[in-house]
Write a protein that binds this ligand. Sequence first.
Ligand SMILES: NC(=O)c1ccc[n+]([C@@H]2O[C@H](COP(=O)([O-])OP(=O)(O)OC[C@H]3O[C@@H](n4cnc5c(N)ncnc54)[C@H](O)[C@@H]3O)[C@@H](O)[C@H]2O)c1
Length: 252
Amino acid sequence: MSFINKVVLVTGAGSGIGEAIAIHFAKLSARLSLVDIDAENLRKTADVCEQISRVKVLTTVADLCKDNDVKQAVDDTVKEFGRIDVVISCAGIYKPGSVLDSDLIEVFDHVMATNLRSVVCLTNLTAPLLEETKGCIVNISSSTSIPCAIQSIPYSAAIAALNHFTTSIALDLSSKGVRVNSILPGIVKTNILQNSGMNDEETEEFYNKASTPLKRILQCDEIAELAAFLASDKARAMTGGSYQIDAGLALK
Ligand SMILES: NC(=O)c1ccc[n+]([C@@H]2O[C@H](COP(=O)([O-])OP(=O)(O)OC[C@H]3O[C@@H](n4cnc5c(N)ncnc54)[C@H](O)[C@@H]3O)[C@@H](O)[C@H]2O)c1
């Protein structure tokens, strides 16, 4: 599998799953446009990718909750490469939220803006470019079992809406030759829990207690390999799909 001369835009590339996706595509010779709010981590990922591919990686530091920042990332990519072939939306946050919380609406707005609205904005801006290249979109969502987790109302709502958005745009864009799929990961060891405010001890406890039918927690590169497959020509007949990769979590 090779993405030589293909331009791949990855959001959330500074950490976790997005970082692994960027590195995997660098190994597959893609030209990369990487986006994240965290400038330092973004640069670290880009450095690793450049060491692998020996070509310059474009980085855009952007808060994807801001429409102008999303536009900047797209404009930078087109200016540098003249095209976009693959868009992978991976930037996201987890924040606990119960309907009894006094700050629920604030948390809800932040999670929705990051995990859903930013994807809608990015899709809106890149769809015409993907139509030109007959490209594709891969959205990183979450295992269908996670949306029902306790005290996860904002995250659950964003994931459910993202899944519906993904299948809706798959239908919209199919007539333009653009494929759209999503990946629904289960429990993957990343920084998402620490970034949500959990300390190291709580995070360790969460991973120790986590159980899946296959008795394993996923590694980021397993998600990256699936993303590359869905973005490749091998998946040319696949659109509108939601691919669970969760060690059986959704079966429980
Ligand atoms: N880790 C898991 O167990 C798991 C499970 C299912 C789904 N997911 C999904 O995978 C995606 C990636 O999560 P992860 O586990 O790699 O998390 P992570 O915290 O390791 O990485 C998320 C990245 O997104 C970036 N980001 C956050 N807000 C942003 C913003 N406003 N603008 C730009 N960048 C922003 C962060 O800086 C970070 O680099 C998320 O959408 C998450 O919902 C993760």
